[in-house]
Ligand binder design. Structure first.
Ligand SMILES: CC(C)(COP(=O)(O)OP(=O)(O)OC[C@H]1O[C@@H](n2cnc3c(N)ncnc32)[C@H](O)[C@@H]1OP(=O)(O)O)[C@@H](O)C(=O)NCCC(=O)NCCS
Length: 177
């Protein structure tokens, strides 16, 4: 992992984000043209990771509240979660947080920064939590499935196999050990 004292910061209306460039144009475009509007409309909050040496935007991610509802196609995921809960074994829904966007600038990719961000998100959601949030979800791009698997995410259902994105989840209880 790259050793650096990167700084996490919430996106501000006055932040200049023009220089950011990852390998996915939709994710570049989101930061450039939509992230501030999403924040103003309370649809998602975006955070930047800055390189303190250059002030470059190393990566960004967006978070929004979510809700996991299991159905007949997601029995395996439901059983995985339910058998680890001490009560309410038949529960079909759980409070969740969605990682709406995650992108690392091409100059910083494959240096452990995605993993570093994931650890920071999991820590923020589990250490001294101010609300109940059991599951972290993501609509993972096909090209990034391996990354999320490395971060401990599992597939919610098999029905989206081969799609452009796949719904994946991480049980935050795992992070507490
Ligand atoms: C996917 C992305 C966020 C990963 O961030 P990163 O900083 O490059 O990833 P890391 O260096 O932290 O990699 C962590 C682990 O995931 C693996 N990994 C990273 N990217 C991967 C990929 N695209 N496919 C498969 N595995 C991947 C690495 O091999 C590493 O595993 P290891 O620790 O066993 O070696 C980043 O490459 C990116 O921004 N990609 C373009 C945008 C994108 O696809 N975002 C995801 C949207 S859902």
């Amino acid at each position: 992992m790259r050793e650096n004292n990167f700084v996490f910061k919430k996106l501000e209306p006055t932040d200049n984000v023009d220089s950011f460039h990852c390998s996915d144009e939709d994710l570049n475009d989101f930061l450039l043209t939509e992230a501030k509007d999403y924040q103003r409309e309370l649809l998602a909050v975006t955070y930047l990771l800055l390189d303190p040496g250059t002030n470059a935007i190393v990566a960004y991610y967006s978070l929004l509240c979510d809700h996991v509802q299991f159905d007949k196609d997601s029995k395996k995921a439901r059983n995985y979660i339910n058998r680890r809960v001490l009560f309410s074994k038949q529960r079909n829904h759980y409070p969740a947080m969605k990682l709406g966007r995650l992108a690392v600038d091409v100059h910083y990719a494959h240096q452990g920064i995605g993993m570093l961000i994931m650890e920071a998100i999991k820590t923020a959601l589990t250490s001294n939590p101010r609300f109940g949030c059991k599951i972290l979800t993501v609509d993972a791009y096909a090209a990034a499935l391996g990354f999320y698997e490395s971060c401990g995410f599992r597939y919610f259902t098999e029905t989206d196999e081969g799609d452009e994105t796949r719904l994946m989840f991480y049980d935050l209880k795992n992070f507490l050990g």
